[in-house]
Design a protein around this ligand. Sequence first.
Ligand code: SF4
Ligand code: SF4
Ligand code: SF4
Length: 320
Amino acid sequence: MADVEQVLRETVRKLLQEQKVCRVIGYARGSSALRSTPVFIEDEKDADSLVFDITCGNNLTQYLKKCGKAGDGRVGIVAKGCDGRAVVQYIAEGQVKREGILIIGIPCEGVLDHRKACDKTQGREVSEYRIEGEKVVLKGKDFEVSLDKFDVLSDSCRRCRYPSPPVHDVFITEPKEAASQEPECKEFDEFEKLDASERWAFFENEFSKCIRCYACRNACPMCYCEECFVDQSNPQWFGKSTDLSDTMIFHIVRVLHTAGRCVDCGACERACPLGINLGLLNKKVEKEIQERFGYTSGLDPDETPAMAAFDEEDKQEFIL
Ligand code: SF4
Ligand code: SF4
Ligand code: SF4
C-alpha cells in the first residue's frame, strides 16, 4: 500500500494547495499497529499523516454532514467502495449536495476484523504487521504469525462486490472493477436455508448477548437521524432495558430504518464489542430489497431509494 499512500498524500496536498477542497476526511495511524483513526486535514502540511491500509475500517461517510458548512468549499473524502456507496446514498437521500463533495476513490482490498486477528494471536499485542501477497504477518514482542488474509478479513469484505466507489472525482491509482456477481458466501447460503422460526431463533440467540451500547448505530453512516428513536423519551417507543423483547425491537426497527440504504460496509458488526452477527441480518434485508424492488443501494445518486418510491406493481402479498 506504500505507493497508494504516497499518491494519496500527493493528491490531497495538491487539492488543498489549489483550493479545490477546504478539508479532506481520511485516515491517520491510530493508537496501535492495527488501528487507524479518522482524520480531518485542512492544511497541506498535514497531508503526510494520511494512511491507507487494511486497518482503515471506519466508514468515513458518517462525518460528511458534520464536516462542511455553507460557504466553506468542497469537502474531500477518501472513499473505499463501501464509503463511496454511502456517499452516493447520501446524495440520493438529499443529505449532501453532489457539488459540495469531492470523492477521492481508493482501491480497497478489504479491511481487518480485529476479533478474528485477536483470536489468531490469542489476544497478544501486535506491534507491527505487513502484507505478503495473500498473507498477513502479525508480529508482537515474542511472536510472529503468518495468516491467510481471507481468514482475518471482515465478513462484509469477503462478500464485497464493489471494492471501488461507483462515483468518484479523482482516483488514487486505478479503480477495481465491480464483480459481475456477488462472491460466494457459505455462511449466508446456510443461513438462507433456515426457515423463518429457525432464523428467529438464530437472531434471538445473537441479540440475547446485546448490551444496548449502540456502538453499531454510532458507527453506521446510514444512522444519521439527529435524534434516534432509541434515545427518545417523549414519547418513549419501547423500553431501554436489555430484556430480549426490548433488544429485539431495537434491532428490528434499526434494520427496517436501514433497509434499502445499508451499503454492507460491516462497520456496525466490527464496532460491536460482543461480536454479534449483524451482517447476516443486513445482508438478508439487502437481498429482499434487491429481489422485490430491483434496487441496490449506493450505486446511482439519481435513482430514488427503494423505500422512498411506490409502484403499483410492487409485490403486496404481505398485506393481510
Ligand atoms: S466492503 Fe468492500 S469496499 Fe468496503 S472495506 Fe470491505 S472490501 Fe473494502
Ligand atoms: S447497517 Fe452496518 S453494514 Fe449497513 S451501512 Fe450501517 S454500518 Fe454499514
Ligand atoms: S454494538 Fe453490539 S452490543 Fe452494542 S447495541 Fe449494537 S449489537 Fe448490541
